[in-house]
Design a protein around this ligand. Structure first.
Ligand code: DC
Length: 669
């Protein structure tokens, strides 16, 4: 999980493999609410675990609904249309799929509720829904700006007026109609009619709503897209078990990936599991748009396989001119695919983008231009001309506007022909619908090893390399390797096996086949947690001894190289910059005076209750330094191109900031 300020993604070259998608956000939140309103218990399988579903689940619990959740499975005891709690303050984050339907359901059920969200939620319109509910006699006040959340709902004064058709505006967000369709069965003592005013946008989302309502026992009748009738006596009934499909909008990033990236050697493109041609989600029609652009796509009812077209036949992608009203969310992905097209692409009828997580038309235009594209932005369209020549591409730092889709879309710009890296600000915003998006992308994407950045931090013992390297890695979202641990493990495993530390071949044999696993902050040797055992002073001294054998050093090279994975690596040791990663983009040689290092180590040992004296520690340190520096193979010394950092007088935070600043200087952004 990348809880960091920005994520730099190196240029990527190829992609292949299988991706299992998280559950659909739209289906998950609808199913949760319907299950909560129903009679009976519902087990929801493959539920999306994300910010937006967490918001819905928290609200349902506050309303007195019993929910048991175990990963992607939730068991919900339905309230059978009666609230346990009729007073609550509910926080909706930035989840439109929670805010709108809950407003309608709670307004009809009656009670005293306050619904608020993040600042952006308070800029997303809800007036058309409130107007519709007020026609019925619901009592709703705006607590901030007229027409926008936060809202206060109060019990209505008299009986609801359900006789006349309820009018709702259809041209701002289809979620208003969805909210009414999901909530009105609560009060369907006789037929209730809903009339859509204006052109209904995003119809596929209404189809999802109708489809799921049917699964919960509500059979809405529809005349065209203008008039919907909820039959008298409708009652939600739990279907027992229900499975959530993979998210078709999330699929769009991997469909695009398959269309853009060359397949890895001897492999057959990208396979997506969890969503296919039997999907009830409108965004599955993104497949058609991707095919129009040249993607090769095979499908089964619940899977897709995508590969890039041949040169001249599907690659480069073909520019398109498309009405995207039927795939409003996935169409954002087309905007980034347009960067790889053979001409100007136009995405039309996308006015709803302006009232989503951010003004997506403005945001998309601004960020695409940073990459070198020429973009024309209209009230309801976007026209994109890719950078003409390779040299016209720019390494861009992309702002994501707290919009998950901006972050996911722009990650695909790293396949640019100029081989430039891309910076994605606030990458964690993907948690709204796809918390593991970047991990999933990196599990199928490949690049030449030389493209994967490495930062080396070498230095003598107790200089604080380990702490510094781990903090730098965390700030950048990079992997981290503590190479000293490998020498410590080799010595430890050798001693256990009765191999003498001066038996170079014997220790090397053990080092070559170390059954080691690094997991978070722990180190396991054949399943046994040895983290504490290898951290003792004796283990350090033993490591220093075995590390002088060239055979042992060679035996550990492959293991160290194996940590160089996307999106990057911070490596700490003695010879990271000189021997193991000579091409590292930044090399730091970290020192502190022997006295400072001895004092720090002394403090550490005392805090662990291990008695020691500063003088004795300093003597040991100096002996170890001398051995590490004077050995003939890979001695400890600064690489010629290393930057020296003496942290004797620096706090760890200051040292980390300094390294991040140096790294920043070496970046093209
Ligand atoms: O960083 P450390 O204290 O965990 O390292 C233990 C010993 O391992 C150190 O004294 C020398 C050796 N080592 C090495 O030779 N090369 C490395 N890259 C890392 C450690």
């Amino acid at each position: 999980m990348f809880d960091i300020e920005y994520l730099d993604i190196p240029p990527l070259a190829r992609a292949a493999g299988t991706v299992r998608l998280p559950g659909s956000k739209s289906i998950s939140n609808r199913v949760l609410l319907l299950a909560a309103l129903s009679q009976g218990q519902t087990t929801v399988h493959d539920l999306l675990a994300s910010d937006d579903t967490a918001v819905m689940l928290a609200a349902l619990r506050q309303l007195g609904c019993t929910v048991m959740q175990d990963g992607t499975t939730a068991v919900i005891d339905g309230l059978a249309g009666r609230l346990v709690q009729t007073q609550a303050r509910l926080f909706m984050g930035n989840a439109g799929t929670a805010m709108r339907p809950l407003t309608a359901a709670l307004a009809l059920l009656g009670g005293d509720f306050e619904l608020s969200g993040v600042a952006r939620m308070h800029e997303r319109p809800i007036g058309d829904l409130v107007d519709a509910l007020r026609q019925l006699g619901c009592s709703i006040d705006y607590l901030g700006n007229e027409g926008f959340p936060p809202l206060r709902l109060r019990p209505g004064l008299g009986a609801l007026n359900l006789k006349a058709p309820i009018q709702v505006q259809g041209d701002v967000s289809s979620q208003f109609l969805t909210a009414l369709l999901m909530a009105l069965p609560l009060v369907a003592r006789h037929d209730i009619q809903i009339e859509v005013v204006g052109e209904l946008i995003s119809r596929p989302y209404i189809e999802i709503t109708l489809n799921l309502l049917k699964r919960f026992g509500i059979h809405v009748q529809r005349q065209g897209w203008q008039r919907f009738t909820i039959p008298a006596g409708s009652q939600y009934q739990s279907p027992g078990d229900i499975h959530v499909e993979g998210d078709a909008s999330s699929a769009s990033y991997f469909i695009a990936l398959g269309a853009i990236a060359e397949s890895a050697e001897g492999r057959n493109g990208i396979e997506i599991l969890g969503v296919g041609d039997a999907s009830i989600q409108g965004d599955i029609r993104f497949v058609e748009a991707a095919r129009m652009m040249g993607a090769q796509i095979d499908s089964t009812p619940n899977s897709l396989r995508i590969s890039r077209g041949q040169s001249g036949k599907g690659w480069p992608l073909k520019a398109i001119d498309l009405d995207c009203n039927h795939i409003p969310d996935a169409a954002m992905t087309l905007a980034v695919m347009a960067l790889y097209a053979d001409g100007t692409s136009t995405l039309r009828n996308i006015a709803s983008w302006r009232v989503k997580e951010t003004d997506r038309i403005a945001a998309m235009a601004c960020e695409l231009r940073k990459l070198g594209a020429t973009v024309e932005e209209g009230v309801d369209y976007l026209q994109i001309t890719p950078p003409i020549h390779r040299k016209d591409w720019k390494a861009a730092a992309i702002h994501t506007y707290d919009d998950h889709r901006m972050a996911m879309c722009f990650s695909l710009a790293v396949f640019n022909p100029a081989q430039l890296p891309i910076r994605i600000f606030d990458p964690k915003c993907v948690a709204k619908t796809f918390p593991d998006y970047f991990e999933t992308l990196f599990s199928v994407a490949e690049t030449d090893t030389a493209n994967i950045p490495v930062i080396c931090i070498d230095g003598p013992t107790a200089s604080g390399k380990g702490t510094l390297a781990a903090l730098v890695a965390r700030r950048l979202g990079y992997h981290f390797v503590d190479s000293g641990a490998m020498y410590r493990l080799s010595a430890f495993a050798a001693a256990r096996a009765g191999v003498a530390l001066d038996d170079a071949e014997g220790v090397a044999r053990i080092a070559r086949a170390l059954p080691v696993r690094f997991q978070d902050d722990r180190i396991f040797l054949g399943g046994e947690d040895v983290s504490a055992d290898i951290r003792t002073e004796e283990a350090g001294m033993a490591a220093s001894k075995v590390s002088a054998h060239s055979q042992v050093r060679s035996a550990l090279i492959a293991l160290q190289h194996s940590f160089r994975k996307l999106p990057g690596l911070v490596a700490d040791g003695r010879d990271m910059g000189t021997v193991i990663f000579p091409d590292a983009a930044l090399k730091i040689y970290l020192t502190a005076s022997a006295r400072h290092r001895a004092e720090r180590r002394h403090k550490q040992l005392i805090s662990k209750g291990i008695p020691s004296t500063i003088a004795a520690i300093q003597q040991d340190l100096e002996a170890r330094d001398a051995r590490d520096m004077s050995r003939p193979v890979a001695p400890l010394k600064p690489a010629d191109d290393a930057r020296l950092l003496d942290n004797s007088e620096l706090s760890i935070e200051k040292s980390t900031d300094l390294v991040i600043d140096w790294w920043q200087d070496a970046r093209p952004f």
